[in-house]
Write a protein that binds this ligand. Structure first.
Ligand SMILES: [Zn+2]
Length: 66
């Protein structure tokens, strides 16, 4: 069972980002790379956003899920 259909009908514009433990993120600008060791509590991420690099650029999945 892997149901991830817990939409909160409050924001609307909030884009769900499918982050998981161990995901790698890279910065397309300066090539910084981070790893998400542990994904926190989704219920407290009302306005979830992608990680932003220390250079100010939003990071991207290193291994995007298709
Ligand atoms: Zn960067």
């Amino acid at each position: 069972m892997d149901h991830s259909t817990q939409d909160m009908n409050s924001g609307g514009a909030t884009e769900h980002i499918d982050m998981r433990d161990g995901d790698d993120f890279v910065c397309p600008n300066c090539a910084c790379e981070i790893m998400l060791k542990h994904h926190g509590d989704r219920s407290k991420m009302a306005g979830m956003q992608m990680f932003v690099c220390c250079c100010g650029t939003p990071m991207e999945f290193e291994h995007p899920r298709v």
